[in-house]
Design a protein around this ligand. Structure first.
Ligand SMILES: C[C@@H](O)[C@H](N)C(=O)O
Ligand SMILES: C[C@@H](O)[C@H](N)C(=O)O
Lengths: 158, 158
């Protein structure tokens, strides 16, 4: 299957909120995002990993840096109401993405992207993928460097 | 912004591998997926959450259930070589997705999807999103129920 990387994208000035120790019970994620939607907080990406052994999950999401404080406040209330262990906020992150077609078997493209970031001395904090996009959350300070190295490695026009 | 949900999709017979306690050092994700690519293991989605306080990350990825044992073996080797705490394998999961356009502000659509799953008594194990897709990993046993409730709630044609 021909993998064609078409372009790269960068979203600067994002904040990441992580809800740690979320009870792994039906309906909890629905309550969290219904509340966030009620407050009209922009959600860029959502990443949840489950920890079945301890019956908890970690839910991370990105929002505009300008909405970080409000997002944290909403999540602090949710944490008290739903028994979520803690809420972490990181206000200085960015998302760099590779966009392509036929990326169903991600590992080849992913490995190339992750390697490009490693060579450029960029640490990868979060990863999320879909069939046509691979995204990495990095420090805001690394945003330009991250985009540049991806353009170089995948030989994309500016 | 008009949010238009266009359809739903289901991928059955997936397995999930989770690498826990991955050193949060540059180049580690590149090594993991370069090795997986070398073994030609199909990777459907990748989800990584970072735990900055402890300087570790958890990396989860889904693959075909038929490749589960090989994926686990490859990851067990990586765990020894890279100092990854543990490798968890879950062989009976499925991915249900909502596909739309203009989903940039996910929280409204996400809340509706998560609520539909909660009403149908489906537990959400993983979540990953991009601008046009929201995906949830659920137990394989819940796959049909999950797809049905999403069709109903978003009024999608079969
Ligand atoms: C955990 C892993 O993603 C690491 N932070 C890296 O950049 O490779
Ligand atoms: C953690 C949260 O996603 C929970 N498992 C739910 O289904 O809502």
């Amino acid at each position: 299957e021909e993998i064609v990387v078409r372009g790269a994208a960068l979203k600067r000035d994002l904040a990441r909120v992580v809800l740690r120790g979320v009870p792994n019970k039906m309906g909890v994620a629905a309550q969290v995002f219904a509340r966030i939607a009620k407050h009209n907080i922009m959600v860029d990406d959502i990443i949840q990993n489950v920890y079945r052994e301890h019956n908890i999950a970690n839910i991370g999401f990105t929002t505009n840096a300008s909405e970080a404080m409000e997002a944290q406040a909403v999540c602090d209330d949710l944490a008290r109401e739903l028994g979520i262990e803690s809420v972490e906020l990181d206000e200085k992150v960015a998302k760099v993405s590779v966009v392509g077609i036929g990326m169903k078997t991600h590992s080849g493209v992913a490995a190339k992207m992750f390697n490009a970031l490693a060579e450029a001395k960029v640490n990868i904090e979060n990863i999320s993928t879909s069939e046509i996009v691979i995204s990495c959350i990095v420090r805001l300070d690394d945003a330009e460097k991250a985009l540049q190295t991806i353009h170089d490695v995948f030989e994309l026009d500016k």
